[in-house]
Ligand binder design. Structure first.
Ligand code: ATP
Ligand code: MG
Length: 214
């Protein structure tokens, strides 16, 4: 099944419930409609994640400037991080060549990883997002380093399992889908605890010249 086949009837339900909500003035009935709308919202998220899990899609790769992609990401999250009292650090190696990426997929990967970092970072914490270039290996590295609690050794091997989550509202699909997408790019994704505090998620992607032959 395709995403739109499920989404269309869901949005019809949502639309008509919203209309109904406008026409109702009995408090209890309104409350019921609110609950239905909330449940629909949840179903929507779950379905999106499940379908993405079933079919991450073949990447449509084009040469991209990774620093540009990261700048976009940062401009989107800068304000939220500031509001949460989290310092944001960005670093980028010079001389990074273009990397052959599916822009949408890779962006989604970066968002997922940054969101995880934001979820575990408390006020006065710091998130460092960076891009490095390993010239001798012709690899681009994208990393997100946080000052959260890190990942305890006993779950470190399980965090990539589909549906593994330690969060109340988590689907546990974030890292799994990210890893699949990165693998489809011929790259790798790993998580390691920092020596001091928090952890670092690292993605390595072969650069343009090597990426093409994959
Ligand atoms: N930066 C991080 N620091 C500490 N633990 C993390 C971090 N990122 C992920 N984890 C752990 O890995 C688990 C799985 O992460 P994943 O992104 O796959 O799912 P989730 O964040 O729980 O749910 P979802 O991404 O669907 O909202 C998390 O529940 C958390 O326990
Ligand atoms: Mg997540």
């Amino acid at each position: 099944i395709a995403l739109h086949e499920v989404r269309n009837p869901l949005s019809a339900l949502q639309g008509y419930l919203q209309l109904l909500k406008k026409e109702l003035d009995e408090v209890r009935q309104l409350e019921y409609v609110e609950i239905m709308l909330g449940a629909l919202d949840r179903v929507n998220t779950l379905i999106t994640n499940y379908l993405r899990l079933a079919k991450p899609g073949t990447p449509e790769r084009r040469p991209c400037d990774m620093d540009e992609l990261v700048s976009d990401l940062i401009s989107l999250y800068e304000v939220e991080l500031k509001n949460r009292g989290i310092s944001f650090l960005f670093s980028c190696d010079s001389g990074l060549p273009q990397v052959s990426l599916d822009r949408d997929q890779f962006y989604q990967v970066m968002v997922n990883i940054l969101k995880n970092a934001v979820e575990v970072t408390s006020q006065n914490g710091e998130i460092h997002v960076g891009v490095k270039y390993l010239k001798e290996k012709e690899m681009a590295v994208f990393f997100v380093r946080d000052t959260g609690p890190g990942v305890s050794e006993d779950i470190l091997t399980r965090i990539f399992d589909p549906f593994f989550t330690t969060r109340d509202k988590g689907t546990g699909l974030g890292l799994y889908v990210c890893r699949e997408m990165v693998k489809n790019h011929g790259g790798g994704l790993s998580v390691a605890n920092n020596p001091d505090q928090g952890c670092t998620v690292t993605i390595t992607i072969p650069c343009e010249s090597r990426g093409r032959s994959l």
